[in-house]
Structures are given as structure tokens and as C-alpha cells.
Design a protein around this ligand. Structure first.
Ligand SMILES: C[C@H](O)[C@H](O)[C@@H](O)C(=O)CO
Ligand code: MN
Length: 418
């Protein structure tokens, strides 16, 4: 049998198997088609950007490894993203950091960035049927130090307030031109390496800076604030903790950003979804993979991601969750890393959408807990991978392991020559 015909035949068998437990695979495929991941531009170049290409990455984050082929120019970042896009079914967004502006070789400081520095991105995104999201960048700058928006020095705080207001304005312009609100994510690394005694002061400063930043509403922006447990070199105190930002988001009608790597090592973010969504309209996710710390390993189909997707689908919250990716691995082929993580996220959502949720709910309501557990276990072995292959086939993107050779060819022709 020809390969495509085999995929179709496998899908028909899978469809029947799922139908026997009350699941409509065609419906799940339609839902998956409409999930837009926000691809993070920084996987292409190890969070370097175009403001200070020779500078080091600061702010408690690290991209480890030195695999050849890192993107060095805007053209190369775009070329890589176009390649990634060609290997993913569905329509996806791109999340840009403020350091990725098209500065035309000029030195433009962070408190000077303007929408015009991102116009070529807006045009490129439009030409590639992508929508944009945006992030202010507090790291890798002489004024970053250990604190930015919470610094004791008002001059430093004002610099970062100006940067963040400008970043929101850029997101607004993106949202306006693409006819769809852009998510703006605010994460700052602020903290201390050793015991802090005046935690309240720094948190008051951060709150005051946020009040100034969010004093204006931008019509085309969905604002999010991202907490963190700690950064490297800032292990003892993080000003923007989960409680801090959760309180701020709820009080001010913003989104909280949940990054899988920003919590205690055994803490899972899936269980935060149904609590947070009782108090905020929407959420932003940073799908990542922590290994012992916020190491930003490539996302794989692990329990944290499958449980997160399940919780979102079970809570009927797909329309209230913005799904961003956030990992950067410089030790393996970067495009391969990008695609593995994005596909793993799509697979997790598909698996969640293929759950026989009505039956599981019925068991739970009847206190039939053995039956609930048994069906959950059986679901793991249902042929979801055949449904995913069919999704790729229908989208005309590489099926199964075929994307490996496509990425090898891209390495040979493009990234390997950089
Ligand atoms: C580039 C960063 O990873 C990103 O802005 C932020 O979301 C983060 O997760 C920092 O740890
Ligand atoms: Mn993040």
C-alpha cells in the first residue's frame, strides 16, 4: 500500500476505535487545526537578538551548547522560522522579544524602541500569514544588573518603565495591523543572589512600576505578567514571585503567564489552570521543560505537558489560553529542537481532545474510581499517533519521522553553511 493510503487506512481504524469509546476524531482534528502556538523567535539564536549581538546573555537565563548554524541576522531568523512553519500543521503565531528589532545597524537603546523598528517584522508576518506577540526584554543590558523595575534607583526604574511602555505600544501596533490582539508578556529577572532583608521594598517598587506601565490601556494588546521561582545567580530572592504576579494579575484584570520551568521542581502548572481561570479571563502559557532548574530544555511529550493540555481541554478553556513556547537549546540542531517541541505540544493537545471525557466524568460522578483510573490508563494506548499522522498528512507537512530528514537537508543546505 502507498504510504499516504496507509496513513488514511490507519486513521480509519483509529477513528473506529475512538468511536467505540465515544470520541469523535474528526472533531478533535478540527480543534487541533485551530490551535495556534506562539513560536518563540529566540530558539533560533540562543536569545541573542539584534541589539548587541556580541554581548552575553544575562538575567539568570542561559542557553547552553554551541551547535553550529545559529541564526545571525534577521533574514536568517526569518528563514529558520519559515522552515519550522513548513513542518507544522495549522497556523501559528510568532512571539518576538524587544531585542529582535530591525534597528538597521543603529544603536537604539531600550528606552528608544518604536513600532517602526518592528514594521519589517509586521510586514514579513503578514506575508507569511502569521500573527505576532511581543515581550519586553529586561536582560542582557548594562542597566539590567540584578534588578530592573524594582531597583532602588528611581532612574533605573524609570528607564525600564519607559522600555516596557514602549514595548506595549509596539504590541498595540502589531495587534492593530494584524487585526488580532497581540499578547504582551512582561517578565523581569529582578532578584538577589543572597538573603534579602527588605523584600517588601522591592515588591513595592515593582508594584509601583507596574502601576505606571499599565496606567494606559492599549486596545490591541492582551497583557500578561510572568512570575519565576529563581534565576541563576539570583537564587535567594525573586521579586516577581507567583503570589506577587497572581495578585497583581487578578487585581488588575491582566493575564498571568505560567511557564512550566518557573515553579518548584515538583510543582505542576496543570493544577493552576482551573483556579486561575476563576479569577482572570485568559492565561498565557510558556510551554517549556525544566530539568532540575529552569533549564529550558526542548519540550517533549512528558506528563507535565500532557496533563497541562488535558486540564485545559477538560476545563473547556482552549479559547481562554494563549499557548506560547519557551525553550532554547543550543546543544542540538536548533530547527530540530524547535519542531520537536512544537509537535510535542500539538500531540499533547490532540491526546487531550481524544479523551472520552463524558464517560470519565460519569465514572467520577458515580464514585466509580477504579473504572475512571482504568479508562484513563487504556486511553494511553489508543492510537492517537495515527490520528496525528493523518493531521500532518492533511496539512501536507512531514508525517512521523520524515521531518528528521527534512531538517537534515536544511542543515546541509542552510544552517550548516553559516
Ligand atoms: C527569554 C525568556 O525565557 C523569557 O522571556 C521568559 O519568559 C522566561 O521564561 C525567563 O526565564
Ligand atoms: Mn517564560
Amino acid at each position: 500500500m502507498k504510504k499516504d493510503a496507509q496513513i488514511e487506512a490507519n486513521y480509519q481504524v483509529a477513528k473506529e476505535k475512538y468511536a467505540s469509546v465515544g470520541v469523535d476524531t474528526d472533531k478533535a482534528l478540527n480543534q487541533l487545526q485551530n490551535i495556534s502556538l506562539s513560536l518563540h523567535c529566540w530558539q533560533t539564536d540562543d536569545v541573542t537578538g539584534f541589539e548587541n549581538a556580541g554581548g552575553s546573555l544575562t538575567g539568570g537565563i542561559q542557553a547552553t551548547g554551541n551547535y553550529p548554524g545559529k541564526a545571525r541576522t534577521i533574514a536568517e531568523v526569518r528563514q529558520d522560522i519559515e522552515k519550522v512553519k513548513s513542518l507544522l500543521g495549522g497556523d501559528h503565531r510568532l512571539s518576538l522579544h524587544a531585542i529582535y528589532g530591525d534597528f538597521g545597524g543603529q544603536k537604539v537603546d531600550r528606552d528608544q524602541i518604536e513600532p517602526k523598528h518592528f514594521q519589517s517584522w509586521i510586514d514579513w508576518a503578514k506575508a507569511n500569514s502569521m500573527k505576532l506577540d511581543f515581550n519586553s526584554s529586561s536582560f542582557s543590558h548594562p542597566k539590567s544588573g540584578d534588578q530592573s523595575l524594582s531597583h532602588r534607583d528611581k532612574g533605573i526604574r524609570d528607564f525600564w518603565i519607559e522600555h516596557t511602555i514602549r514595548s506595549r505600544r509596539i504590541a498595540d501596533e502589531m495587534g492593530k495591523q494584524q487585526g488580532d490582539k497581540a499578547c504582551h508578556n512582561l517578565w523581569v529577572h529582578d532578584g538577589m543572589k543572597d538573603v534579602a532583608v527588605d523584600r517588601l521594598l522591592y515588591r513595592q517598587n515593582l508594584k509601583d512600576s507596574l502601576d505606571k506601565i499599565f496606567a494606559n490601556k492599549f486596545e490591541n494588546v492582551k497583557d500578561a505578567v510572568e512570575c519565576k521561582l529563581f534565576g541563576t545567580g539570583l537564587e535567594s530572592f525573586t521579586v516577581g514571585s507567583h503570589e506577587f504576579y497572581m495578585g497583581y494579575a487578578v487585581q488588575n484584570g491582566l493575564m498571568a503567564t505560567l511557564d512550566l520551568g518557573h515553579f518548584h521542581p515538583t510543582e505542576e502548572i496543570y493544577d493552576k489552570i482551573s483556579s486561575l481561570l476563576l479569577y482572570t479571563d485568559e492565561l498565557l502559557l510558556h510551554v517549556s521543560r525544566p530539568v532540575r532548574w529552569d533549564s529550558d530544555h526542548v519540550v517533549i511529550l512528558n506528563e507535565s505537558v500532557t496533563m497541562l493540555a488535558q486540564e485545559i481541554i477538560r476545563a473547556n478553556a482552549l479559547g481562554r489560553v494563549n499557548i506560547g513556547l519557551d525553550y532554547f537549546d543550543a546543544s542540538i540542531n536548533r530547527i530540530g529542537a524547535y519542531v520537536v517541541g512544537a509537535r510535542a505540544t500539538q500531540k499533547a493537545f490532540l491526546m487531550a481532545m481524544l479523551e472520552p471525557i463524558a464517560k470519565l466524568r460519569e465514572y467520577e460522578a458515580n464514585e466509580q474510581y477504579f473504572q475512571r483510573l482504568a479508562l484513563l490508563e487504556e486511553c494511553k494506548a489508543l492510537p492517537w499517533a495515527d490520528v496525528f499522522d493523518y493531521f500532518c498528512l492533511k496539512n501536507n507537512v512531514a508525517v512521523g519521522v520524515d521531518f528528521i530528514s527534512e531538517i537534515e537537508a536544511y542543515e546541509k543546505e542552510v544552517t550548516g553553511k553559516r
